[in-house]
Design a protein around this ligand. Structure first.
Ligand SMILES: [Zn+2]
Length: 249
């Protein structure tokens, strides 16, 4: 069985035995994988450096199994453990939320180099920037876009006209976008939104990471976009995410 090498972010881990764990990685070349890490478990002794830290960037080597989804980790070389994330609980929760989103939205062994780059860029960004709010919004939106869930925010999903109204517009997860007042019926589900915030959400989907540090958004806009995203993500996954309890909107 071949030993393969790839770049990876550790998303989660569960105990397997006294001395081994199963680590979930999101990798550059193989998407999400689970690997048995023998002897990598954190211990109080001198071998503690072998433990795999969550939300850290590794170069990993693993034996790629053909007939099971559980591979075997042979080596993990730490590239970046984003130290500022460890000292800032709010940022750590945001990074954990990103890991939870990837875990929930992706299938094992379904690679997406684009999503890997967005994850690494965002971890870099939130660990170095003062304010992580916009970075996280962009991460959520780009994840939806890459995985084919990007809703329509600029035009009404029914009549296709650009949204002109200043109020009374709804965002419907079921319809996959905004509905103008004329196209809403009594049975229209969804949440009331302001067209301005939805237009900004649409622009964030196209935003270049290099330009993100120049973006300043009013807190109320960020809050509205985040609420809309949570409502939409909960509708897609049919559940609430754990991290929402720890990150206030
Ligand atoms: Zn309409």
């Amino acid at each position: 069985m071949p030993v393969v090498r790839t770049e990876a972010i550790a998303l989660g881990r569960t105990d397997y035995s006294d001395s081994s764990q199963i680590i979930t990685f999101f990798t550059h070349d193989y998407g999400k994988i689970r690997a048995l890490a023998k002897g990598f478990k954190r211990s109080s002794g001198k071998h503690s450096s072998k433990a795999i830290d969550l939300l850290s960037y590794y170069q990993i080597f693993f034996i790629k199994k053909e007939h099971t989804s559980l591979h075997t980790l042979t080596e993990a070389i730490l590239q970046n453990n984003y130290p500022t994330l460890r000292n800032d609980l709010d940022k750590y929760y945001r990074a954990s939320y990103m890991a939870e989103l990837i875990n929930e939205f992706t299938m094992e062994n379904d690679s997406s180099e684009q999503l890997f780059k967005v994850l690494v860029n965002t971890l870099d960004g939130i660990s170095t920037e003062q304010d992580a709010t916009v970075r996280l919004l962009v991460f959520e939106i780009k994840l939806l876009k890459i995985l084919g869930y990007l809703p329509e925010w600029g035009c009404c999903v029914q009549c296709k006209n650009r949204i002109q109204e200043a109020s009374g517009v709804r965002f419907s997860a079921k319809e996959g976008g905004v509905l103008c007042q004329r196209c809403q019926t009594k049975s229209t589900h969804g949440i009331l939104v302001t067209p301005g915030a939805m237009l900004i959400a649409g622009r964030l989907a196209e935003m270049n990471f290099l330009k993100l540090d120049r973006i300043k958004l009013h807190l109320s806009i960020c809050v509205e976009i985040e609420k809309m995203l949570r409502y939409y993500i909960a509708s897609i996954l049919n559940k609430e995410l754990n991290s929402w309890k720890y990150i206030k909107v």
